[in-house]
Write a protein that binds this ligand. Structure first.
Ligand code: CA
Length: 225
């Protein structure tokens, strides 16, 4: 899962980037609304974490701009302004949630999970697909009563493929979800993660069409045994 953080406070930005990366997410960090606007138009993010008070123009304006472009990326506002009015405006112009600074990383991650759960139309935390269960909190996969600990990149690949079963994602589409700006250099490793997943879960879960990419089969997997 690839996130964009728009925050002009150096110390908070640094600690958020470190904490979010440490939790297994990929995050790009920019420090102004203009840079945020550019990033949002260049890359398909799974989530935007947005400060409201930015040096060039306000986070509220950026939200309006994003929604006017019909971009539905989930947005969490992080703001020191704790008046009810600011939060109401933020939600009304298109944010999905907000946190008042200072907040704990644990709470931020819980909001992430809640948003991803709602997006997936799921009532539960767990992601389930024909006997395969993924736990976004622990990055574990459960299959046939076995629990497999996945690396955060392996987990991100599975989640991405499960968004559209049957539809192949190319290597570069997967790379975009797996790597931030800072680590594009190591981007020749999608195959390694796919190999790791197949080794853990069995090769029937991830199929490959040469030239098109990787996908999780749309039909019940038992039929493919
Ligand atoms: Ca600020």
């Amino acid at each position: 899962m690839r996130l964009l953080l728009v925050e002009d406070d150096e110390m908070l930005g640094e600690s958020l980037q470190k904490g979010i990366t440490g939790a297994g997410y990929v995050v790009d960090w920019v420090k102004s609304a203009n840079e945020g606007s550019f990033a949002i138009q260049s890359i398909l993010y799974d989530l935007l974490i947005l400060d409201l008070g930015l040096p060039d123009y306000s986070g509220l304006e950026l939200i309006k701009e994003i929604r006017n472009q019909n971009n539905k990326v989930p947005i969490i506002i992080i703001t020191a302004k704790d008046t009810i009015q600011d939060r109401v405006i933020g939600l009304d112009v298109g944010a999905d949630d907000y946190l008042i600074k200072p907040f704990s990383l644990d709470e931020l991650f819980a909001r992430f999970r809640a948003i991803f759960r709602r997006l997936g139309g799921r009532a539960n935390l767990l992601i389930e697909y024909y006997g395969l269960t993924l736990n976004p909190k622990t990055f574990e996969a459960m299959l046939d009563d076995e629990i497999y600990k996945l690396s955060n990149k392996e987990f991100a690949i599975l989640v991405a493929l499960l968004e559209t079963p049957g539809a192949p994602l190319s290597k570069s589409q997967l790379e975009e979800k797996l790597y931030g700006w800072d680590d594009l250099a190591q981007s020749n490793t999608v195959e390694v993660f796919i190999h790791g997943l197949r080794k853990k879960l069995g090769s029937k879960w991830i199929k490959n069409i040469r030239g098109l990419g990787y996908f999780i089969p749309k039909v019940p997997v038992d039929a493919l045994k």
